[in-house]
Design a protein around this ligand. Sequence first.
Ligand code: AN7
Length: 380
Amino acid sequence: MTFRKRYTGLIDHYRDRLPVHDDTRIISLGEGNTPLIKLHNIPDTLEKDVDIYVKYEGLNPTGSFKDRGMTMAVTKAVEEGSKAIICASTGNTSASAAAYAARAGITAFVLIPDGKIAQGKLAQAMMEGAVVLQVNGNFDAGMRLVKEVAEHAPVTIVNSINPYRLQGQKTAAFEIIEELGRAPDYHCLPVGNAGNITAHWIGYSEYACADGDKVTDACAFCNGVCKFAGGSIVGARPKMVGYQASGSAPFMRGEMVDNPETVATAIRIGHPQSWDYAWKVREESDGWFDECTDEEILAAQKLLAEKEGIFCEPASAASLAGAMRDVNSGKIPENSCIVCTLTGHGLKDPDTAIKQSTRPVISIEAKMDQVKTAILDNLA
Ligand code: AN7
């Protein structure tokens, strides 16, 4: 019998590319190493022939991509002697911060917009012992408070303005390149604060440059914390495409949005923290931003579940909704290789899922004839 080496998280796996020391105590829950799933049924419904892969980040330990950044941010916070972390969050960051703080034995303070986070995320933060502060205001208001309080109180911010977050999140790009043997032509993501699109660009850029060289473009993003190790297997980088919800689309409006609204509460963000980085990513990658309506987002979420058996949360489906539209319009050309990041798990937001489900739940008596009838009525 042969044993496969136990996977122990992305810091262990990409140690030579991340800012940790040999004796750093790693705070990990086994994050990363998520599946890259090739869609089989949805591409047939499109007007052009393309390959679409989804990177199912909902399969991280707390159900979202935030864990990639949080393992780094909390590892470094602990290394630097911090006893408490703090974040503002639309839900997923708070769930992740709470989990990694519990693992490390430190305190997490999370500021969430009152009544505007999905139930699963709130349940996680509460169960994992975070101090939950419901703010009578949106994410942007919470973020302002967090930045200010961190100047006075002994707390480390673990929002994506913490540069270690992006370092952890860049590993998703490494995994994609290593599985495809190349970078995709297009990488589509939902955009809120624009930390994740920036992190992916850092990852692709590090992989794309020659051995030992620093890519000045990419290194401009890391605030000096990157530990670039070199090693190229690809020369090309993808075009980065960011999709926002129409009601929360500051990158489309060209300015901050003060009252963002969308059913995709994860990206209900009007004042993105990585504003400048994101424009730089768009420019350097020759990509673009676009917006999806709530209807398009929910339709894509449902299509993905019904046609492929993959359940993501509404915000995540913006990547697929936008990609499908851009394939049909020809903006993404025929024969392209496309990766869409599914940032969070569908179970995060059961309320929205049940509300938009059109399948009837059939109530029956515990009788055989009623089961048989239901089967005969519903066989495809
Ligand atoms: C599922 O949890 O900002 O563009 O506070 O949860 O890197 O902000 C969540 C963001 C996309 C946007 N998809 O990523 C938070 C938070 C999901 C998310 C995003 C978020 P960024």
